[in-house]
Design a protein around this ligand. Structure first.
Ligand code: PAF
Length: 300
């Protein structure tokens, strides 16, 4: 079977039984580099930014996967009601010049009897992993599968899920996978709220309150030159202004999520709940010295 010639502006959708094999065959030997944007669908500007970033890589087939991965949802989480919007997603992909959409079914990805998963190591049990046990094993397992099926040269992920990005980079290094993992800065609403498919769950009142995460991070970033304690105090003070926001964790770590240094680039991470909606966000922060906000933003 000869591989189809993919062209920008013509969308090829692989979503039927046996499309795991078909998409792998179609992309194998396509003669151009492949950039994969793994998603769970309900595409928003954050996803479109990943696609646009991938489009800047020369001579590249743009592939988007859309798969709501049951393995990364806990028993009491929102797998069933996670937003699904395939028709709109396909239109958005076509408009952005995506050539391949891979939209497999659950049994195609996890055939009966599937038992082997990726173990994320100790970081998988911290931060998000402490609140959502098993989440990162589910994420890494599906990402490993997608990388094996699509075999991309590049795979792009948002920095909003910062721990996910760090763990995926770790997995690719530790398991000798071939893809280059590209992190893309978080896209925000005009008031600072990080875009997320789950934002649609927020009530009108909680949507206004949700700005607390990015506002608290900004306060922390600006306190960076006074050191870690000042950063955390600034964040806590901001968060205290919105008692409806229940903090799950607020932590300062190094860029690779090991313990934070006393000075230099670090990462500030916050997560919590407004009503039943979980929200997470993070920012680069420069600890100590006289760093400008721009320098801190450039740090990991
Ligand atoms: O970030 C997401 O949307 C998901 O965790 C991912 C990476 C597509 C894996 O299901």
């Amino acid at each position: 079977m000869t591989a189809p010639q993919f062209t920008r502006g013509r969308l090829n959708v692989y979503s039927g039984p046996s499309d795991v094999t078909r998409v792998a065959r179609a992309l194998h030997g396509v003669g151009r580099k492949i950039a994969l944007i793994p998603t769970m669908g309900a595409l928003h500007e954050g996803h479109l930014e990943l696609i646009r970033r991938a489009r800047r890589i020369p001579n590249t087939v743009l592939a988007v996967s859309i798969f709501v991965n049951p393995l990364q949802f806990g028993p009491n989480e929102d797998f069933e009601r996670y937003p699904r919007a395939l028709e709109g997603d396909l239109r958005a992909c076509e408009a952005e010049g995506v050539e391949v959409v891979f939209n497999p079914s659950v049994p195609d990805v996890y055939p009966p009897g599937s038992a082997v998963t990726v173990h994320p190591g100790p970081l998988g049990d911290e931060l998000e992993g402490a609140i959502r046990p098993g989440h990162f094993a589910g994420v890494l397992t599906v990402v490993a599968k997608l990388l094996n099926i699509v075999d991309p040269d590049y795979a792009l992920f948002g920095e909003k899920d910062y721990q996910q990005l760090v763990l995926i980079k770790r997995m690719v290094a530790d398991l000798n996978l071939a893809a280059n993992i590209v992190g893309v800065p978080t896209v925000r609403e005009s008031d600072g709220l990080a875009l997320s498919s789950r934002n649609v769950y927020l009530s009108e009142e909680d949507r206004k309150r949700a700005v607390v995460l990015s506002a608290a991070l900004t306060a922390g970033v600006h306190a960076g030159r006074f050191g870690a304690d000042a950063v955390l105090e600034a964040v806590r003070n901001s968060v205290a202004a919105v008692p409806e926001f229940h903090v799950d964790y607020l932590e300062l770590r190094a860029g690779d999520l090991s313990p934070a240094p006393d000075e230099g680039p670090a990462r500030l991470l916050i997560a919590g709940r407004l009503g039943a909606v979980r929200l997470i966000d993070n920012a680069a922060v420069q600890l100590g010295g006289e760093a400008t906000a721009e320098q801190a933003e450039a740090g990991e």
